[in-house]
Write a protein that binds this ligand. Structure first.
Ligand SMILES: Cc1cc2nc3c(=O)[nH]c(=O)nc-3n(C[C@H](O)[C@H](O)[C@H](O)COP(=O)(O)OP(=O)(O)OC[C@H]3O[C@@H](n4cnc5c(N)ncnc54)[C@H](O)[C@@H]3O)c2cc1C
Length: 403
């Protein structure tokens, strides 16, 4: 426990994707950041992450793209299938035309590889301060324009700017927005297995498979150069209650998946049943800043995962934030530039992710209409994806959202 506050320039609370990417972006421009991470070690929870071209562009400008791509898998297509009938609903071709269109591919990577690439980048810069076991409990704007940050163990820091990159349950967001987590009533189960167990030829022509069913879906793709197969099953619990944790049980998972085709039911055995991941998001808000404290990543715009954009948007935030803080030493000016560039877009993605969830999980006649309406979709027509996948530096200031 320190008696005098430790003076730092930019303090980042949270060493996840958003926090480390921001620190690295600042370091590449010669500005020092100091990252405080609550966990005893830096690391990531979960196995796979889909990285769209906007995410790869951000990683490229941070100088870590090659590291991330070393063991990544380059899927040739993303396939949406009906989880009940097993029939294909629609395909996005991720081949040469896709890469030409966006300038970057669409890849799937292990979260640990992404996180460790960012962490290594921070370490190699030599100017990022990295502390673990430091849980930020408060950040208070001071009359002199600095921010006083206090951690659970009583340590204090004085910073010129504070970035809240502390995730969906962000304590710093509590101080700025003061809203509650929004429970989705959905829960995820995850599992990675060696590819040979799956016993299918999934590495020679890899795909991201998205099986969509009534109140459930399943995502599957190979990871780590095709050595392991990643499975994420998500379903709505009828027993949700904020008052107890006994909802979204493995028994409910089996019941929800019982209506599905054989391939989907088979995937049930690849899932770890001892950990369940209740899903929450946040209401979109324009209030990302209070004085010299700003939110970033899930702390600013936690979204449901159905567009696979939460991490990508966190990286885009980091690029915009680092660039703004390099343009201006004054946190207030930098935060105005950052929010101008990011708030509207990220909020729109948050909203559309919820709509995507409705489409994924729709029941009855709605399910048939969904499948029918994607029937003639051209796998190489990317016009409805540009608003989301276009790298930040190529995206127009005002994006064209799907009508
Ligand atoms: C099932 C699922 C699938 C997903 N799939 C994708 C996908 O395919 N593609 C994609 O782009 N995104 C995906 N996402 C979203 C993505 O994982 C998140 O948007 C991203 O991890 C957010 O990063 P972050 O750094 O903002 O937050 P986090 O990763 O939550 O990091 C926050 C960090 O802050 C630390 N912390 C918290 N509180 C404190 C404190 N008080 N003091 C100090 N440190 C603190 C935490 O320990 C953590 O290290 C998915 C999400 C889920 C749930």
């Amino acid at each position: 426990m320190s008696e005098q506050p430790i003076e730092v320039d930019v303090l980042v609370s949270g060493g996840g994707i958003a926090g480390l990417a921001t620190a690295l972006g600042l370091a590449r421009g010669g500005r020092k950041a100091h990252v405080l991470e609550r966990a005893p070690e830096f690391g990531e929870v979960g196995a796979g992450i889909q990285l769209a071209p906007n995410a790869l562009s951000a990683l490229d400008s941070l100088g870590v793209l090659d590291k991330v791509l070393k063991d990544a898998v380059f899927p040739e297509r993303k396939v949406y299938l009906d989880a009940v009938t097993g029939k294909t609903i629609g395909i996005i071709d991720l081949g040469e035309d896709f890469v030409k269109h966006y300038g970057y591919p669409y890849v799937v990577a292990h979260r640990a590889d992404l996180h460790s690439s960012l962490l290594e980048g921070c370490r190699e810069s030599g100017i990022v301060g990295l502390e673990t076991g430091r849980e930020v409990v408060s950040a208070v704007n001071q009359p002199d324009g600095r921010v006083l940050v206090t951690t659970l163990d009583g340590s204090t820091y004085l910073a010129n700017a504070v970035i809240g990159a502390d995730g969906v349950r962000s304590p710093l967001r509590d101080g700025i927005v003061g809203d509650e987590l929004v429970p989705t009533k959905y829960v995820a189960y995850r599992g990675t297995v060696p590819t040979e167990i799956v016993g299918e030829d999934i590495t020679s022509s890899p795909s991201v498979l998205c099986w969509l069913g009534p109140n459930m879906h399943l995502i599957q793709y190979p990871l780590r150069n095709g050595k392991v197969y990643n499975n994420v099953a998500v379903f709505k619990s009828d027993n949700y209650s904020p008052d107890h944790d006994n909802w979204g049980t493995p028994e409910e998972l089996d019941a929800r998946f019982a209506v599905c085709c054989e391939s989907v039911q088979n995937a049930g055995k690849y899932l770890s049943r001892d950990i369940r991941w209740p899903m929450y998001d946040r209401e979109p808000t324009e209030k990302w800043v209070d004085g010299n404290i700003a939110l970033i990543g899930d702390a600013a715009h936690a979204m449901v995962q159905y567009l696979a954009q939460g991490g990508a948007q966190s990286l885009d935030d980091s690029i915009a934030m680092a660039s703004a803080l390099l343009n201006s030493e004054q946190a207030s000016d930098a935060f105005a530039e950052y929010t101008e560039r990011r708030v509207e877009h990220a909020n729109n993605i948050q909203r559309l992710a919820r709509v995507a969830g409705e489409l994924f999980h729709i029941e009855g006649i709605g399910r048939q209409i969904r499948n029918y309406s994607f029937k003639d979709h051209d796998a190489k027509d990317y016009s409805n994806l540009d608003w989301m996948f276009m790298p930040l530096d190529k995206a127009p200031a005002k994006r064209n959202y799907p009508a």
